[in-house]
Write a protein that binds this ligand. Structure first.
Ligand code: PEP
Length: 263
């Protein structure tokens, strides 16, 4: 279902009217985690200033450590909905458990499946049934074929509004959190009709790498990028070191403009 073979044209996924794929280039930005109404609104303002058309933000956080901030849950979803009301930005947010899909889908415009859940087949089927576009991150140890098979689980439920997201894979290299597999973008685009975007924040894990990796994503022909921004990263409850700062937004906006010119 997601293979390019039986599709003449590339899929364009509409997230509350914002297109991803085809001739469009889309920037998604926002905080890694929703922490407070003020922080989320300020991050949305930063995302807009950086040229983003969709707001990201996690209310349910899949953390490696059970002692780390796990997200605000439904309270975080309510904050996102309020910020959407205020800014007009549609929201992309992660769901980590099949049991929560209905609730998260009642707030979200796009459901994110994170790297750790790429092969959580019950979750994939549940998001496939939810009637919302899905952002499917590549498992950090998954082959491209496994990633596409995960997308197939969603598609099988009648939902072809799927965007693939390369977010770095595990390698022997320790200088970056994960290794951005830039070649996965054209490979997945050749194999599948689905849009493919890149997450330079979670792959590099460091602020200094986000804009260079974004440029690489644009150069390789990605359909968009998803980046973390935070008004006060030093106080962030999750992944502060990779969040772009106010001072980075002009360059992000230029990159977004480049994306628009290329489209
Ligand atoms: C995220 O985007 O918030 C996230 C946790 O990403 P990943 O699943 O790629 O680690």
């Amino acid at each position: 279902l997601v293979s390019r073979e039986n599709h003449d044209s590339r899929t364009v996924v509409s997230v509350r009217g914002v297109p991803i794929g085809g001739d469009n280039m889309t920037v998604i930005a926002g905080p890694c985690a929703v922490e407070t109404p003020e922080q989320t609104l300020e991050a949305a303002r930063m995302a807009l200033a950086g040229g983003a058309s969709l707001l990201r933000g996690g209310a349910y956080k899949p953390r490696t450590s059970p002692y780390a901030f796990q997200g605000l849950g439904e309270q975080g979803l309510k904050i996102l909905a309020d910020v959407r009301e205020e800014t007009g930005m549609p929201i992309v947010t992660e769901v980590v458990d099949a049991a929560d899909v209905e609730l998260v889908a009642s707030y979200a415009d796009m459901l994110q499946v994170g790297t750790r859940n790429m092969q959580n087949f019950a979750l994939l089927q549940a998001v496939g049934d939810a009637g919302k576009p899905v952002l499917l991150k590549r498992g950090m140890s998954a082959t491209i074929e496994e990633w596409l098979m995960a997308a197939e689980y969603i598609a099988q439920r009648g939902n072809l509004d799927i965007v693939l997201c390369e977010r770095g894979i595990r390698t022997f290299e320790k200088a970056t959190r994960n290794t951005l597999d830039i070649s996965a973008v054209p490979v997945a685009q050749n194999l599948s009709h689905l849009p493919v975007i890149v997450d330079p924040s979670h792959s590099g894990g460091k602020r200094d790498l986000v804009l260079p990796l974004s440029r690489a994503a644009i150069a390789v022909g990605a359909d968009g990028i998803i980046v973390d921004v935070h008004p006060t990263p030093e106080e962030a409850l999750c992944d502060g070191p990779q969040a772009l700062l106010e001072g980075d937004l002009a360059e992000l906006r230029d990159l977004s403009a480049t994306l628009a010119t290329l489209s």
